[in-house]
Every structure is written in C-alpha cells, then in structure tokens.
Write a protein that binds this ligand. Structure first.
Ligand code: NDP
Length: 247
C-alpha cells in the first residue's frame, strides 16, 4: 500500500509533471527509473534525488521507438528486480488550428502521445500479467474530455489515451490479472509543454491562459502518489486536476 520500495518507471521524466512526480515519489521512498530523450536533464534529476538520499536511475528513451520501451522495462528489472508502476506521462502539445495543416506536428503528437503509450503498454503488460500485479498510470488531459479550438489533434490523442486505459481496466478485471489503472486529466499546469507550439496566435493565447491560471506540476504529482498509495484492491480510475481559478 505504501510507496516505499515500489519500483516506478516514469516516461517524460526530464521536466514538468514527470520530474515533479519523480521528486515526490523519491521522497516517499520509491525506487525510480526515469525515461526521456534529454540525457543531461535526466542526469541532473537523478543527482538531485541522490543528494536527498533517494534511489533513482535513468535511461535515455524515445517512447516512439518500440525497442526503447522494451529496453526501459528490461533495465528496470535488471536494476531493481521488478516494476510496480509504469507512469506513461511523455507527451507534447504543439497546438494549432486544423486549417494551419501542421501535418508533421499531427504525426508527432500521434506518435508520442498515442503510440508512445501503446509501446509502453506492450513492453510492460507481459511482465504485469506474469507478476499478477502492476499499475499503469497515464497523463491524459482535460483536452481528452472537452474539445477546444486549436486542440483538435492533441485532444484526439488524449481522448485515445482515455479509451486505451478504460479498456485496459475492463480487460484486466475480466482476465483477473490484477492490473490497476489510473488516468489523470490535468488542466493548466506550468511546465515546458507550451514551448513546442509553433503557431504564434495559438502560442500567445495559451501563454496568456497559463500565465493567468497555471499551477505547479507538484499538484499532479500528489495525485499520482495518491493513486499509488491506495490498497491493491482499489483503483483510482480517473482524476481531473487543475487550477481552482481556471474557468
Ligand atoms: P513537459 O514538456 O515539461 O514534459 C514533457 C515530457 O515528455 C518531457 O520530459 C519530454 O522529455 C518528454 N517527451 C516528449 N517526447 C518524448 C519522446 N519521444 N520520448 C520520451 N519522452 C518524451 O510538459 P508536461 O510535464 O506538462 O507534460 C507531461 C504530460 O502531461 C504530457 O503528456 C502532457 O500532454 C500532459 N498534460 C500537461 C498539461 C499541462 O498543462 N502542462 C495538461 C494536461 C496534460 P524529452 O524532451 O527530454 O524527451
């Protein structure tokens, strides 16, 4: 039930929500395996965790590559002997109106936000089925619950994550594999997420929104910790979290 000594693998751990979650879970005694593409960022987070007597390692991982996801799970097992939680959090949000036809960015969102989650699931499910336990947590978004102009493809990817997770929950229950799921739907959280928006009008609007309302990623980390801390028979299936002041 406690987080102490649980092995938690986090994708998108090099900044924002992933980093904040890593720091919090490390304080609570988890053993962490941190994944993202930026080596220096991961290295410095692991260093910070170790300075505070926490336990963490990292592996440079591109979630769009199936092999990288398998290497990540294998690395976690080699290092700590098991995986208790896989937090599939890596994602990008280069929002723009559909009429801007930013097809490359559409592809990137589909590859990272949807295929990245599928690749992570494919890498961990055989292990979780063998262990007859495991916890898959994903970062969807309020954009996966409610459409908004500029967020068509991003919202579609986050809606897909919601569907994948709900079906995973149902099938795991049917198959008796004892896998827990949690899908988190954050609203405006101040991270590096807006940096990838190339459409200037969209970037200005989103920056204004986040400047007005954005809250710290540590609040999302608290939700992840809460989901993990529940007894094994309890699944916190869905959680929406955002600024109190955001309309
Ligand atoms: P950040 O941009 O700070 O973090 C995104 C993380 O994803 C980074 O660690 C980045 O690492 C990683 N990432 C991106 N592409 C890849 C890839 N191909 N392979 C591996 N890692 C990758 O933003 P957030 O912390 O906000 O985003 C985390 C999640 O939260 C995302 O899924 C996002 O959609 C979701 N979210 C965020 C909200 C917000 O308001 N901030 C609201 C709702 C949902 P690197 O570049 O080093 O690979």
């Amino acid at each position: 039930m406690a987080i102490k000594d649980k092995v938690v693998v986090i994708t998108g751990a090099s900044s924002g929500i992933g980093e904040a979650t890593a720091m919090l879970l490390a304080e609570k005694g988890a053993k962490l395996v941190l994944a993202a593409r930026r080596k220096e960022k991961l290295e410095s987070i692991v260093e910070k965790i170790k300075e505070k007597s926490g336990d963490a390692v990292y592996l440079v991982t591109d979630v769009t590559k199936r092999k990288d996801n398998q290497n990540l799970v294998d690395f976690a097992i080699e290092t700590y002997g098991k995986v208790d939680v896989l937090f599939l959090n890596a994602g990008i949000m280069p929002n723009s109106p559909l009429s801007a036809l930013k097809e490359e960015e559409w592809d990137q969102m589909i590859d990272i936000n949807i295929k990245g989650v599928l690749n992570g699931l494919a890498a961990v499910l055989p292990l979780f089925i063998e262990q007859r336990s495991g916890h898959v947590i994903t970062t969807s978004s309020v954009a996966g619950l409610k459409a908004y102009p500029g967020g068509a493809v991003y919202g579609a990817t986050k809606w897909a994550v919601r569907d994948l997770m709900e079906v995973l929950r149902m099938e795991s229950a049917q198959e008796g594999t004892n896998i827990r799921t949690a899908t988190i739907y954050p609203a405006a959280i101040k991270t590096e997420l807006l940096d990838k928006i190339t459409d200037q009008k969209t970037a200005a609007g989103m920056t204004d929104l986040y400047d007005r309302y954005g809250i710290s990623p540590k609040h999302v980390a608290n939700i992840v910790a809460y989901a993990i801390e529940q007894p094994e028979e309890v699944t916190i299936n869905e959680f929406t979290v955002g600024p109190t002041s955001q309309p």
